[in-house]
Design a protein around this ligand. Structure first.
Ligand code: SPV
Ligand code: MG
Length: 312
């Protein structure tokens, strides 16, 4: 198993630096006074592309990873499949990765096992939501049973006792999703802070940011606030700065972009029975070779392969 306490180059070569990816994520989510952004990734390619776009951190989205595997976001993928996907994301960029851990795949014991495995694969943080196993994507249907507060606090405490300092722990509140209102959301935020969370993710399915912004006014940044504006996407980002929100997660947009692009390209190729027409729409092979540093491989071959056997 690789030691991920230090960042890695995309090709897995250690790079000496003096802080870990968890430190980098903590700086983004917990310490920075600037608004931070985490970009969704669901595989190595999406991670590498997000890094090149300039993002400082990644969100390993449960929805997007499930979609890319052909599963529903309903705990159909197992915790070990999630951990495997996260490893590819981690190895394909140097960015800190906050992993969507759903509810932790069970009770406190499953949650702490998941956290330990994510830490071992190089994740920088895990977000755990106060849902019941099996859970379903927050935007589907109206039945989202909330976990008992004390039981969920036990999950958070178990994770902190297992990986304290090695992973940033984000407690995600589903009270607004489940229709329980602001009072319940704030009460849960207090409880999760007591239980050792490093940040609070307040989730909302509203098409306006009003309820998230009213949460931040009541919460007063007792812990940093993370939001996911998938449904209230029209809100200008300056409103989040004004509300002193810590971190915005763009939660699923690379996966949705990929789905749209694949649908377009497949449709055209099927109709045309030819690929000439879509060549300008697809990434050049040389760009992909450059992204994954094929030059490094060629250079390594000159050191490790007998000169007579080198590829021309
Ligand atoms: C995910 O990306 O899987 C999330 C965020 O949990 S959302 O789908 O918006 O609930
Ligand atoms: Mg999710």
């Amino acid at each position: 198993m690789q030691d991920h306490s230090q960042p890695l180059l995309a090709n897995g070569i250690d790079q000496p630096v003096d802080f870990s990816r968890a430190d980098a994520l903590r700086a983004e989510v917990c310490s920075s006074s600037e608004l931070s952004f985490l970009m969704e990734a669901h595989d190595g390619l999406s991670a590498a592309i997000a890094e090149r776009a300039g993002f400082k951190g990644l969100w390993a989205s449960g929805l997007s990873i499930a979609c890319s595997l052909g599963y529903r976001d309903a705990n159909e993928a197992s915790w070990s499949q999630l951990v495997d996907a996260v490893e590819r994301i981690v190895d394909s960029s140097q960015l800190p990765v906050l992993v969507d851990g759903d509810g932790g795949f069970g009770n406190f014991n499953n949650a702490r096992l998941l956290a330990r495995k994510l830490r071992d694969r190089g994740a920088a943080g895990v977000a755990l939501e106060d849902s019941c196993y099996p859970r379903i994507n927050s935007f589907i249907g109206n039945r989202h049973p909330l976990a008992d507060v004390d039981e969920f606090c036990g999950r958070l405490r178990a994770v902190q006792d297992t990986v304290a300092g090695d992973l940033v722990l984000v407690a995600r509140i589903e009270a607004l999703i489940a229709g329980h209102g602001m009072h319940e959301a704030i009460a849960r935020a207090h409880a999760y802070r007591e239980a050792g969370a490093d940040a609070i993710l307040i989730h909302s399915r509203s098409s306006s940011a009003d309820e998230v912004l009213s949460f931040t006014r009541a919460w007063q940044n007792r812990l940093p606030v993370v939001i996911v504006p998938t449904k209230y996407y029209r809100t200008p980002t300056c409103e989040y700065r004004h509300a002193r929100i810590s971190t915005v997660i763009w939660a699923n947009h690379s996966m949705r972009a990929a789905a749209a692009a694949m649908r377009h390209v497949c449709g055209r190729i099927f109709a045309e029975e030819n690929v000439a027409i879509i060549e300008p729409d697809v990434t050049a092979l040389d760009e992909l070779f450059e992204m994954f540093d094929y030059d490094e491989l060629a250079e390594a071959e000159t050191r490790y392969v007998h000169p007579d056997k080198l590829r021309q």
